[in-house]
Design a protein around this ligand. Structure first.
Ligand SMILES: [Zn+2]
Length: 442
């Protein structure tokens, strides 16, 4: 028998499609009457030309840059905010390319919608009501893996232990040893880190602790067989992947016990499309299809978005599953852009450049981020080479500290800076500046 958090997860897909058609029409009416952003954006488009989701690809895409401009054009929540400020009960922030976050608002009903998706995700990942769950995602900095995941777990009926990544390795491991939770949620790098130091900290291996179910997300890797296997062996636990993004709550894709691709878990909340990220053409959703995820909210009150580009590149791995869930499955490949994920915090190279450039005249603004890890995410501080200007009177160690402090304050990530003399970093010339440099992984 199929076990799911709610019945929408096993409804025939044709019924989900009908439900989405109905919700989409209502959402579009709401958006066009309440959102100044979309009234302007769709001013040349006839409402009557959009009679079904089939016509959705005729509408232009929405980008994060547009939301940032919208926020600046009408603070606090932007031209795209559609609900009364009095109805907003929570505001989350989502990372931005210039270091400025975009703010994501929610009404009480929006939170309920987010919780429905999140509870489906954690249930698919194997969590059950009354499970004790160690929460080891970052709690601060507005990261949605923090508070929002806690709300999802409580909605599912779990007992959450929200120590968070900031508690540090020792406290987390000691709490696990003392409270004996059966489950844990964290980034794959955190799961690996805790697992590999358990013996040193507690005098016993992670596999001797109580954790038997681990949900990982916030960065890619959980679905990669070799990475999963390492975590499962370390902890003697079942490890499953999940994915989402701050613009629509926290998480809405999840692996079931088959552990081969993440199910869509956003029924009645988000309509999902795929596009070719270069041509922006629609890519039909079928087994083997690859493209960038594009989301349309179906019942969002605070900040509804139509055809929003999230930037994740995925492949549809299967349209059905032996677990009985009717939501298709995807495998994620990473971000469409150069975004890095440092301890679960999104960092855009351009944002680092922005910070370094603002330290002129001591810096020239030229830098390289040396990637000594595979993929885009790491648990270690980022390594940056920064050029010191010939005009600077600081000694290199002073400048090192200045850059490290400034990046940490502005972007909430740790970096290790090496100062190099002016001219040491090649100039981009007519090329697009390459801020990232892959260096050999030792
Ligand atoms: Zn399944």
């Amino acid at each position: 028998m199929t076990e799911t958090f709610d019945e929408l997860e096993v409804l025939p897909w044709s019924e989900i499609s009908e439900l989405h058609e109905d919700l989409f029409q209502k959402q579009l009416d709401y958006v066009l009457s309440q959102s100044d952003f979309y009234q302007q954006k769709y001013s040349g488009i006839s409402r009557t030309s959009i009679t079904s989701l089939k016509e959705l690809p005729n509408l232009p895409l929405t980008t994060k840059d547009e939301l940032r401009e919208s926020l600046l054009a009408r603070p606090p929540l932007g031209l795209h905010a559609a609900a009364s400020l009095a109805d907003i009960v929570q505001i989350q922030s989502s990372s931005g390319t210039t270091g400025m976050p975009t703010f994501v608002a929610a009404t009480g009903q929006d939170i309920e919608t987010w919780n429905s998706m999140g509870a489906r995700v954690f249930y698919a990942n194997g969590f059950r009501p009354r499970d004790w769950v160690m929460h080891a995602y970052a709690m601060g900095r507005g990261f949605v893996g923090g508070l929002v995941n806690i709300e999802h777990l409580q909605h599912l009926g779990c007992c959450v232990i929200p120590l968070g990544a900031e508690s540090g390795t020792e406290r987390l491991l000691q709490a696990i040893d003392h409270l004996k939770p059966v489950a844990m949620c964290a980034t794959p790098s955190m799961v690996n880190h805790l697992g590999s130091v358990a013996q040193e900290v507690l005098g016993k291996s992670a596999s001797d602790l109580s954790i038997r179910k681990i949900s990982v997300g916030g960065e890619p890797g959980g679905g990669v067989p070799a990475i999963r296997q390492k975590m499962e062996e370390l902890w003697s636990a079942d490890v499953r992947d999940m994915m989402g993004g701050a613009d629509f709550g926290s998480t809405y894709w999840a692996e079931c016990d088959v552990k081969d691709g993440m199910h869509l878990c956003s029924q009645a909340a988000l309509h999902v499309e795929l596009i070719d990220p270069d041509t922006l053409e629609s890519v039909p959703i079928e087994e083997g299809a690859t493209g960038e995820l594009v989301y349309t909210t179906l019942r969002r009150q605070a900040t509804p978005l139509i055809r929003y580009r999230m930037g994740d590149i995925v492949t549809v791995s299967d349209m059905s599953c032996s677990c009985g869930r009717t939501g298709y499955r995807i495998k994620a490949h990473g971000r469409a852009d150069d975004m890095l994920i440092v301890r679960g915090v999104n960092v855009f190279p351009a944002a680092v450049k922005d910070v370094v450039t603002q330290l002129a005249p001591d810096t020239t603004g030229y830098l390289k981020i040396d990637l000594d890890f595979e993929g885009h995410s790491t648990y270690e501080p980022l390594k940056i080479r920064v050029e010191q200007s010939e005009r600077s009177t600081l000694n290199p160690s002073e400048l090192t500290r200045m850059v490290e402090d400034e990046v940490r304050t502005r972007l909430t990530v740790r970096v290790v800076v090496s100062i190099v003399p002016e001219g040491a970093i090649e100039r981009p010339g007519a090329q697009k500046e390459k801020l990232l440099e892959r260096i050999k992984v030792s």
